[in-house]
Design a protein around this ligand. Structure first.
Ligand code: ACO
Length: 364
């Protein structure tokens, strides 16, 4: 038995490979550096889903973009009337609540439906928190561009669209992470695509998984100036706190997505402004972690520069996890179909550590 299933291979997948020793991420035969910044979201979905998700059989990447647009409209009509019921929830909880309102049998294209619904709901919830009315999608728009337009009501800049697409490409799929595993367990029971995605989202919500970028910005704000970094870092480590945006179960070297995201952050004005402080803090954190946790091989993970990209896109911190989920839904859907077509019910064993019944009772 391995605590946290560390080192255990749980499934076969053709979708992505995370090589933690060499800092390499492959999506269906392509290094992440070949994809991020070059493919838009529909192209990434097409790459991940073709020959795996029957919903896109025979479609080109352009067809997938068109289908996502039609499904965004459908999701807006179906879910926006329910927005008011998400009033007291965080944006992540609101997304979870509204996605779970979709029935598993409601659509014969549940993967497209839920992938298109996530940004529609996220944008509407962000606006609702600011007291603004939701903005309807435009089916003919590119997916990331339409999300940014639904957030602000204004056409986004080309740099913003490229940066968001680069971010979404880096997080669309990533091996057997906690949320994807959760989704596959649910899919293995044949519960349905929507149920699998909702369960996966619940796992993504935790700060050890998809909830880290907001706290990364809190850390940069608290430190404020590179000269304060040493004192701040030492105090946090002395309290036993984890430094957000660092460490990874699989990567024992720098997460390859960190540099891709640094480039994306640099392409946006406010992201570029943050980079000098972020780089200084990153260097000091790495030095402290090396000294404080010798032999642990803790390095920068995806969430550190993600935080800069999402902040530069003017997204509120509370929306960071839902925006992550908008892309990871594509991975969850692909894993769900892969599990259904190839996998068995996932049902491991447990090692019982409780008391045994007394013999006299056992005989009765
Ligand atoms: N800061 C300080 N210490 C750390 C950190 C960190 N960020 N990460 C790990 N450690 C320490 C642990 O305290 C532990 O020390 P110990 O052995 O003396 O008790 C040691 O390094 C090993 O850590 P584990 O908990 O075994 O590592 P695990 O593989 O379980 O954790 C995780 C990986 C959860 C990502 C962890 O590194 C962490 O909490 N990081 C901060 C949160 C974060 O950035 N999450 C985003 C991850 S990326 C993603 O999911 C999309």
């Amino acid at each position: 038995m391995s605590d946290g299933l560390e080192g255990v291979i749980a499934v076969h997948t053709c979708l992505s490979d995370v090589d933690g020793e060499n800092g390499r991420l492959i999506l269906r035969g392509h290094l992440i550096e070949e994809i991020a910044g070059r493919m838009d979201f529909a192209e990434v979905v097409h790459l991940l889903w073709r020959d795996v998700v029957p919903e896109v059989d025979g479609m080109t990447a352009a067809d997938v973009g068109t289908a996502l647009g039609a499904h965004r409209q459908r999701a807006f009509e179906r879910l926006v009337p329910l927005l008011a019921h998400a009033g007291g929830l965080t944006i992540t909880e609101g997304l979870r609540f509204l996605l779970s309102a979709l029935g598993d049998g409601e659509s014969d294209t549940p993967g497209l439906y839920v992938t298109a619904a996530a940004p529609v709901i996220t944008a509407a919830l962000v606006r609702m928190r600011a007291g603004d009315e939701p903005i309807a999608p435009k089916a003919s728009n590119e997916h990331a561009a339409d999300f940014l337009r639904m957030l602000t009501g204004k056409p986004p800049t080309p740099e913003s669209v490229t940066a968001l697409n680069a971010y979404w490409a880096t997080v669309a799929d990533h091996g057997m992470n906690a949320s994807t595993f959760t989704g596959r367990v649910i899919a293995s029971t044949k519960a349905g695509v929507i149920s699998s995605v909702v369960g996966a989202l619940c796992a993504l919500k935790g700060p050890l998984h998809g909830g880290a970028p907001g706290p990364v910005l809190d850390m940069l704000d608290d430190i404020g100036n590179a000269e304060n970094a040493d004192v701040w870092i030492a105090a946090e480590l002395a309290k036993g706190e984890r430094l957000m945006g660092f460490g990874h179960r699989i990567y024992k070297v720098r997460d390859p997505r960190a540099d891709v995201l640094k480039v994306a952050a640099r392409s946006l004005k406010s992201g570029a402004n943050r980079i000098p402080l972020a780089e200084a803090v990153e260097a000091r954190v790495l030095a402290y972690l090396k000294a404080h946790k010798p032999g642990r091989r803790l390095d920068t993970n995806v969430e550190f520069y993600t935080a800069l990209v999402l902040e530069a896109l003017a997204l509120p911190r509370e929306a960071f996890t839902p925006v992550f989920a908008c892309a990871r839904t594509a991975g969850w859907v692909a894993h769900c179909y892969e599990q259904i077509s190839e996998g068995r019910l996932i049902r491991p064993l447990s090692a019982y550590t409780g008391p045994m019944p007394e013999v006299a009772h056992a005989q009765v």
